[in-house]
Design a protein around this ligand. Structure first.
Ligand code: DGL
Length: 275
């Protein structure tokens, strides 16, 4: 049995999670939904984020996913319970996965305004390290600039300097990229942070949890997952869907996944239950 791995995000950010899933489990078919008609999520109200998560996860369930990987921190922070209730299959979270492996007491978290305001990272880190100082910073300018492909924009660099100020003032030694778009800024962040600062992508810890979970659900054994010849087939095993324009997403996906991408536009309303 091979389970379909479902992932969703507001846009291209979740591709940073997808590419890790594909690299670690090339035998796994994946279904990725970028809800580009409603990006960004991170400046929306809590009610909106929860309603959107319910609709997206219902759609993924109707597509037959066998496991759901949260590829969006904002949904993870504010609607994990919604995702679990609607998915009907196991859900792998980013925030709890990374909190369990943090080994510092001076932690900075860069995240969307909604994630930062929720305090979800602080609570998750404090569950295992109550003494940790956790500085969470909301970064509203990042996602719109990344979605527009403006990674070299001077505004992006200036915004990064501003957002990093509280982390530098708190002398953090570990920075969590608490939005799946932010690994696309890794080199800029690394350049602006003091040498030796550890920059963490929560997807690494989440994807590490996926293998044992797939195995426990009766998916193919780990040995087969190591077969790199499967990599070539990975593209065919991945379905990329968006709620907005497929063309602009396809060009971003091609650059972030490193190969041509076919993108379908879908309507989520088919999955919403009648009132
Ligand atoms: N990439 C998502 C996250 O991890 C959503 C960003 C947004 O749409 O604001 O939070």
């Amino acid at each position: 049995m091979t389970l379909l791995v479902g992932l969703f995000d507001s846009g291209v950010g979740g591709l940073t999670v997808l590419r890790r899933v594909q690299a670690c489990y090339p035998h796994s078919p994946c279904l990725y939904l970028g809800d580009t008609a409603r990006v960004p999520y991170g400046t929306r109200s809590v009610d909106d984020i929860r309603a959107i998560a319910a609709e997206v996860v219902q759609w993924l369930r109707h597509q037959g996913v066998g496991v759901l990987v949260m590829a969006c921190n904002t949904s993870n922070a504010l609607a994990l319970d919604v995702a679990v209730a609607e998915a009907g299959v196991p859900v792998v979270g980013l925030i709890d996965s990374v909190a369990a492996v943090i080994d510092s007491d001076r932690v900075g978290v860069l995240a969307t305004p909604a994630t930062a305001a929720s305090g979800a990272y602080r609570r998750a880190i404090h569950a295992s390290r109550p003494q940790a100082q956790v500085t969470e910073v909301g970064c509203p300018a990042f996602v719109p600039l990344i979605e527009a492909g403006r990674l070299e924009a001077p505004e992006l660099r200036q915004a990064a300097r501003t957002y990093l100020e509280p982390l530098l003032a708190a002398a953090v030694d570990t920075v969590v990229m608490g939005c799946t778009h932010y690994p696309l800024l890794r080199s800029l962040l690394q350049e602006l942070l003091p040498p030796g600062t550890r920059l963490i992508d929560p997807a690494e810890a989440a994807v590490a949890r996926l293998g044992p979970l797939l195995a426990s659900l009766g998916d193919l054994p780990e040995s087969e997952q190591q077969d790199r010849t499967l990599w070539a087939a990975t593209a065919e095993r991945t379905r990329l869907c968006v709620t907005g324009c497929p063309d602009s997403f396809a060009s971003s996906a091609q650059s972030w996944l490193g190969r041509p991408a076919t993108v379908e536009q879908v309507s989520l309303r088919t999955a919403v239950r009648p009132a």
